[in-house]
Design a protein around this ligand. Structure first.
Ligand code: LLP
Length: 440
């Protein structure tokens, strides 16, 4: 029996290769793929829970005031994941009525749930208020007015956070940068005072604090410090104007993760230390009490816990007979990230991981679009139809962004741990896909 070493900051904590086969959570991935069909997504329970704990422990250690962690459900959400979030003592950020429904199904306490979004619907706002979410994160003055009239006359005021566009450019992909002054998200700095005044005048609302999220896949600590700087400066300004010191500060999520071995590992402990220090220093500078610090990580909690498994269906050879593509049975509908952001991934052959690498090869998805290429120049062993390709760091923004393009059912999701795998989201069926159609 041979054990092969895997890059520990790319693959799940429990991932190991035994006699050439990939194991996750003590389960033989090739066997799971045979039993559940492909494409298949796996979540390693130990890695998932470990990241959640790492955030809680590190913030409790470094931050001088109260702190909490809200998992950003948009990265990956279903009832089982929300249950784990609750079990680990985290709160949850949702962005739609159906995500709220999942939180409720999972038995989450609604006080631990925040509703985000730049264009929340009236029904979503109403549901959030009726169910008593801990906070609605207000994105615009129009939303604020809608919410003020919705909550007018309510016995218990609805807590709100104001989302601020802090005018900080996150050095990340343009599609996932959200902190610039002209970003579609958040109130411009110039209208924070006006927004606060409206909340103070709305008897059904209570202003809890300020929020910002400058973007995702962020590695630079300076940007975290800058965000905290802007939020605390605004808090001090509101205190000086209205005589009210807000109790909560949320600098969003966004901590980056490596997708390839050449990228540095995610260091949740160092992030929490930097963030805590930034808030502490800024509070001293502005004479503020350390507020309740809420962080909203998504990707850095769930990305590395996830592995996607595809089956090689065919090979495409060039005119000279050289291998151009491996065609697999999934692709851009279950993981849009390579096509949308040029994201790079790491892969291996789950059933023959110890085979010698062949020439680098592109792995193409099955969908009818030339841009549907999951991996470019992947250093995989020479693969043949039937081989299984496992893609690492596949937990975040894959299934949650999945589509049904070409009417291909969306994959199943298993939770692996302790040598067993539980189906937590079944594969979509063709009946599911056609259920909304009516014949003429
Ligand atoms: N808070 C807010 C308000 C957010 O908008 C987001 C992510 C988060 C927290 C969590 O950020 P994270 O820790 O996951 O970076 N689809 C893109 C990422 C979009 C992020 C959207 N907002 C991708 O696949 O890279």
């Amino acid at each position: 029996m041979t054990h092969l070493l895997l890059s520990s900051h790319i693959w799940p904590d429990t991932a190991t290769i035994i006699s050439g086969r990939l194991y996750v959570g003590g389960c033989d991935v090739t066997e799971l793929a045979a039993d559940h069909a492909t494409p298949l997504y796996l979540l390693d329970e130990a890695t998932l829970r470990g990241a959640m704990r790492a955030y809680r422990v590190a913030l409790a250690r470094y931050y001088p005031g109260p702190s909490r962690v809200h998992y950003a459900g948009k990265a990956l959400l279903n009832t089982a994941v929300a249950q784990i979030v609750a079990e680990e003592g985290l709160g949850l950020d949702v962005v739609s009525g159906a995500e709220l429904l999942v939180a409720r199904r999972a038995g989450m306490s609604m006080g631990q749930v925040h509703l985000h979004g730049n264009a929340k619907g009236e029904a979503e706002l109403r549901r959030a208020v009726e169910w008593g979410v801990g906070a609605i994160v207000v994105d615009s003055l129009d939303e604020l007015d809608r919410l003020a009239s919705l909550t007018h006359g309510m016995e218990r005021p609805q807590g709100v956070l104001l989302r601020v566009a802090p005018n900080i450019d996150a050095h990340t992909h343009a599609h996932i940068a959200t902190g610039g002054a002209t970003s579609k998200f958040g109130l411009p700095l110039e209208s924070v005072g006006a927004a606060a005044a409206r909340v103070f005048n709305a008897e059904g609302l209570r202003l809890l604090g300020l929020h910002a999220h400058i973007g995702s896949q962020i590695f630079e600590v300076d940007q975290i410090r800058a965000t905290v700087g802007v939020l605390t400066r605004e808090m001090a300004r509101l205190r000086d104007t209205f005589g009210v010191e807000l109790e909560e500060l949320s600098p969003g999520g966004g901590l980056g993760v490596p997708y390839t071995a050449d990228m540095p590992p995610t260091n949740i402990d160092a992030y929490a230390a930097t963030l805590s220090d930034a808030v502490r220093v800024a509070c001293v500078a502005y004479g503020l009490r350390p507020p309740l610090l809420t962080v909203e990580p998504g990707r850095s909690i769930v990305a590395r816990a996830g592995v996607a498994i595809y089956r090689v269906v065919a090979r495409k050879l060039g005119p000279d007979g050289a291998l151009l593509y491996l065609h697999v049975d999934g692709g851009m509908a279950d993981n849009i990230r390579p096509a949308l952001y040029g994201a790079r991934y790491t892969a291996l052959l789950a059933n023959r991981a110890d085979a010698a690498p062949g020439p680098p090869v592109d792995v193409a998805g099955r969908y009818c679009e030339s841009g549907d290429v999951l991996l470019h120049a992947a250093p995989l062993p020479s693969a043949v139809p039937g081989d299984m390709i496992a893609v690492a760091v596949a937990g975040a923004y894959t299934l949650s962004m999945a589509s049904t393009y070409n009417l291909v059912p969306r994959p199943a999701l298993l939770l692996a741990g302790g040598g067993a795998a539980r189906l937590i989201q079944r594969r979509e069926t063709e009946e599911d896909l056609l259920a909304r159609d009516s014949a003429l």
